[in-house]
Design a protein around this ligand. Sequence first.
Ligand code: TRP
Ligand code: MN
Length: 450
Amino acid sequence: MSSPNETWAPTSWRQKTIRQNPSWPDAAELAAVEGELRAQPPLVFAGEARDLISHLAAVADGKAFLLQAGDCAESFHDAAADSIRDKLKIILQMAVALTYASGVPVLKVGRIAGQFAKPRSEEFETQGDQVLDTFRGHIVNGEEFTAAARRPDARRLLAAYHQSASTLNLLRAFTKGGFAALSRVHQWNQEFVEGSPQGRHYAEVADDIERAVRFMRACGIDMARESSLSGVDFYTSHEALILPYEEALTRQDSLTGNWYDCSAHMLWIGDRTRHRDEAHVEFLRGVHNPLGIKVGPSTDADELIAILDTLNPQRIVGRITLISRMGHRTIETALAPLVQRVRDEGHPVVWACDPMHGNTIRADSGRKTRRFDDVLSEVKSFFEIHRSLDSWPGGLHIELTGDNVTECLGGGSDLNEADLETNYTSVCDPRLNASQSLDLAFQVSEFLQA
Ligand code: TRP
Ligand code: MN
């Protein structure tokens, strides 16, 4: 059993049982790729991950709010600047509404620049009489149902690294180079409010923000010059699933001597890999990044406490974010006991709501989809349950894209099942499109203010 005192090394996960591990056909090639990755520069710096922990500590204390959002799975077919820009743009627009409504800073964390791997319930997929490896995300294989595409290809680890590096480079430029300026993002929100029927419902909030902006200007604040208004801090995160990749990007910080997984600022583990004595938990317990743990209807409270004891034995505030993904009905009974138990055990955590993964359904056509109303309903219950327990509903975890996709049902533009065929491009789960995402943020703003 892994006890926190047992020695940890970036490689110690290799002694443990591992799930969701692709069977790489060429061990020598994988080893060569790992060597190449170890020789590459880190994508993020340890000091940034530490800053993120201190911001998350403010969220845990009820003094800030977390917005974590981005693709279900990033795609190698979609590395274009436009799509990165549009995703960032939507996240920033949501953040403005949430900042205004909550009255506290909104911490912006993307599921981006590394979110390539997907856990799967089946190892193989059968079509006709052909049985092939399941699609595990572009860091492992291709989605086409051919033997060549589905073969796990270690070279993809390098491709994922390089796409992450260029994505992150663009994000850093956009967030500090004027694109993210508050006045500009507010302007986009006004265009959404004025330019679309669904936006019109939010005219009041937008007018309030407009007044606040005018007030700041009138007081002599030069919004372009003031650095707190002209840029944002933006952090990256992904599910830590492909451990050879994560290990190869793990580096010892020269300032503190601590290990950090420098593939992203924050990492999370899902329902399928959060087993205490197994490889993924073993790896994550030794890196000092902030960590997310998905918490679902099947999560056992004793087990959750044991995982928290393993991953955060020192109970560092901001280290752990529990991302609850219950489903809009189950949340009513499943969330409160866990919140109470974690509090009783004295574990400091951020509670965030993932209203996406518990609400996935199949349309008649067989397409995976989600109803906007179910998503909204889960968020609403999340807020109410936390309020009733005097606990801080700390954040939202959303799958979205800035593209005009038709993957989720409903929302302001009221997409129906037939519309799903129009522009369904996700390589994995259905995402909210730009206007559905804004719709969600403005609606959440309403009950944040309540
Ligand atoms: N820097 C502040 C923040 O991140 C204010 C800000 C500037 C902002 N641009 C923004 C907030 C865009 C949200 C979205 O909160
Ligand atoms: Mn997903």
